[in-house]
Design a protein around this ligand. Sequence first.
Ligand SMILES: *Cc1c(COP(=O)(O)O)cnc(C)c1O
Length: 228
Amino acid sequence: MSTIAENIAKVGVRIREAAQASQRDFATIGLLAVSKTKPAEAIREAFAAGVRDVGENYLQEALDKQQELADLALTWHFIGPIQSNKTRPIAEHFAWVHSVDRLKIAERLSDQRPPELPPLNICLQVNVSGEDSKSGCHPDELAALAQAVTQLPNLRLRGLMTIPEPTDDVSAQRAAFARLRALRDALDLDLDTLSMGMSHDLEAAIAEGATWVRIGTALFGARDYRTS
Ligand SMILES: *Cc1c(COP(=O)(O)O)cnc(C)c1O
């Protein structure tokens, strides 16, 4: 087995055990393999080991890998910060966008979604930790943003996403994820998705209802930003 295949198996065990611990059905938790800075070959190995959903943060890097991997039946998710002049290729080349945090971006994605493709699946990114510098909409702005996004014809609002402030304290991890779940429930829209949990906190996220865990390091190893 390749290291990546072994890592996928290990992460699968973590997800399964976390699901069991909170009496959740393992099948309701999706593994999104986050491959930023990693070569297309690593994604090919992950595909061979069963991965079907890939998350990328940087548009040009993602488009290059999509070309190299066009022979694979992968579903591509955009999870990085979005500049408004980059929305068209995102609308054209992805099935999901997890990082929408303002209406202008959502409107552009809807306008630019090619009509022959199904609606673009959207998660609204929320800043549950409250630091001003981070991306994600403020919880107070969420209800109005969500209402507006449900009106856009070529988007399908699926749920919420968050990247909490990193901490090793499991109860603090859980509190942040619980806030996202409570915000989702308070919206009173039909939202089936909570995109939350990364390599170091996937157990806490699953305990609080994650339906996508976004896993990079635990699958592909540490990232080296110097060469990318
Ligand atoms: C990089 C990244 C991840 C993966 O983080 P790891 O700690 O490597 O698992 C998940 N979500 C987003 C939005 C990311 O940018």
